[in-house]
Design a protein around this ligand. Structure first.
Ligand code: NAG
Ligand code: NAG
Ligand code: NAG
Ligand code: NAG
Ligand code: NAG
Ligand code: NAG
Ligand code: NAG
Ligand code: NAG
Length: 294
C-alpha cells in the first residue's frame, strides 16, 4: 500500500507541475489588450506617434496624454490644432521632447498673411529658445523706414483700400521697440519662426518670408517621460492624470523590466504558485461544474 501511495503523490505532483507550466506558458503568450490597443499609430506618412501623442480616431483615450491629441489630414499628415489653426507635424524629437511644426496656411497659401496669433497659454507646449516672431501688419497708412520690412504686394488690395501690408521680424520682447502706432496699422498677427543656431537677423531678412514660414518652428512639450518604459519594450498611457506603463503582459509600475526580472525570482514564483493552487478549487468548479455544497 505504501508504495502505491508514493506513486499517487508523485503522479499528482507531476500533474500539478504540468498544469502550472501550461498556465505560466499561457500567461506569457497572452498579450495584454491595452498594450495591443496602444500601439503607436501613424497617419500613413510614416511618422509614428509615440507617447504623449495619440490619434483619437484610431485609439482609446487611455493610450496617450489627453492634451496631445492629433488628427490626420486628407494627405495623411499628422495635424496639431492650436489657436484655431492647423499645424502639420513635420518631425518629432522624443529625446529632447520637441517637435517641428508648420502652419498649414504657410504651405498652401501663396500669400500667407492671414495667420492667427498662436498662443500657447493653457497648453503643455512652449516655444524653443531659438524662436522669433514674424509680425504681419495689415492696412497700414505707411511703411516704416527705420527698420527692415517685407513688402507683401500680394496682400495689397487697392480696390478695397487695404493700405500697406508688411511683415517684420521681432525677437521676444522686441515689440515695444517697433515704431508702429495703432493709428498707422489696423491689425497685426505674429507667426513664430525658427532661427537656427548661428543665423543672424541679417541672414533672415535675406530670405524670402514665405520660405521661412514653410520651414516651420520648434515646440517643446512638457509631459512625463516615457523613454524608460519604451526602452524596456513598453508603451505609455494616461489615466486619472497619471502616466501608466503598458507592457505585453499588462500594466507595470515603472518599466517592463520591473516585473519581467522578478518573474524569474524564486520567491515571486513561489507566491505565484501559491496563488495558483489556492485558485485550483475555483478552476475545477468552473470547468467541470462540480455541484456546490452548503
Ligand atoms: C483634442 O484637442 C482639442 C484641443 O487641442 C480639444 O478641443 C478636443 O476636445 C480634443 N479631442 C479629444 C477627443 O480629446
Ligand atoms: C531636439 O533634437 C533635434 C535633433 O537632434 C534638433 O533638431 C532640435 O533642434 C532639438 N530641439 C530643441 C528644442 O533643441
Ligand atoms: C480685394 O478686394 C476685393 C473686393 O473687396 C475682394 O473681393 C478680394 O477678395 C480682395 N482680395 C484680397 C487678396 O484680399
Ligand atoms: C483699411 O483702413 C481704412 C481706413 O482706416 C478702412 O476704410 C478700410 O476698410 C480698411 N481695409 C481693410 C481691408 O481692413
Ligand atoms: C516713429 O515714427 C514717427 C513717424 O512715423 C517718427 O516721427 C518718429 O521719429 C519715430 N520714432 C522713432 C523712435 O523712430
Ligand atoms: C496678436 O498678438 C498681439 C500681441 O499679443 C496683439 O497685440 C494683437 O492684437 C494680436 N492680434 C490679433 C489679430 O489678435
Ligand atoms: C510641467 O508640467 C507640470 C505639471 O503637469 C508642472 O508642475 C511643471 O512645472 C511643468 N514644467 C515646466 C518646465 O513647465
Ligand atoms: C526577489 O524577491 C524578493 C521579495 O519580493 C526581493 O527581496 C529580492 O530582492 C528579489 N530578488 C531579485 C534577484 O530580484
Amino acid at each position: 500500500m505504501g508504495c502505491c501511495n508514493i506513486i499517487m503523490v508523485e503522479e499528482l505532483l507531476s500533474l500539478l507541475v504540468l498544469t502550472a507550466t501550461a498556465f505560466l506558458t499561457h500567461t506569457a503568450l497572452e498579450i495584454d489588450s491595452q498594450y495591443e490597443t496602444c500601439k503607436p499609430p501613424d497617419c500613413g506618412n510614416g511618422l509614428t506617434m509615440s507617447y504623449p501623442f495619440w490619434i483619437p480616431q484610431q485609439q482609446e483615450s487611455y493610450c496617450r496624454h489627453p492634451n496631445f491629441n492629433i488628427t490626420c489630414s486628407n494627405n495623411n499628415e499628422p495635424i496639431l490644432r492650436m489657436s484655431n489653426d492647423d499645424y502639420i507635424i513635420r518631425n518629432i524629437f522624443y529625446k529632447n521632447q520637441s517637435l517641428l511644426v508648420t502652419n498649414t496656411g504657410a504651405l498652401s497659401d501663396i500669400c500667407p498673411t492671414h495667420l492667427h496669433n498662436l498662443t500657447l497659454v493653457d497648453t503643455l507646449f512652449k516655444f524653443s529658445p531659438n524662436h522669433a516672431n514674424l509680425l504681419f501688419f495689415n492696412n497700414c497708412t505707411l511703411t516704416p523706414t527705420d527698420y527692415f520690412t517685407y513688402q507683401i504686394p500680394c496682400a495689397s488690395n487697392i480696390s478695397s483700400n487695404s493700405g500697406y501690408p508688411f511683415a517684420t521680424f521681432v525677437h521676444e520682447g522686441g515689440l515695444q521697440y517697433l515704431n508702429i502706432s495703432s493709428k498707422q496699422c489696423e491689425s497685426f498677427v505674429g507667426a513664430p519662426v525658427e532661427v537656427a543656431d548661428g543665423v543672424t537677423y541679417e541672414d533672415m531678412i535675406k530670405m524670402d518670408y514665405p520660405e521661412i514660414l514653410k520651414k516651420g518652428f520648434l515646440l517643446e512639450w512638457n509631459a512625463s517621460h516615457c523613454s524608460e518604459c519604451e526602452g524596456s519594450g513598453g508603451r505609455c498611457g494616461f489615466q486619472k492624470n497619471n502616466i501608466i506603463y503598458f507592457c505585453y503582459d499588462g500594466p507595470h509600475p515603472k518599466n517592463c523590466n520591473h516585473k519581467i526580472s522578478s518573474v524569474s525570482n524564486a520567491s515571486h514564483n513561489h507566491n505565484f504558485l501559491n496563488k495558483l493552487y489556492l485558485n485550483f478549487p475555483k478552476l475545477l468548479k468552473a470547468s467541470s461544474k462540480v455541484p456546490q455544497f452548503g
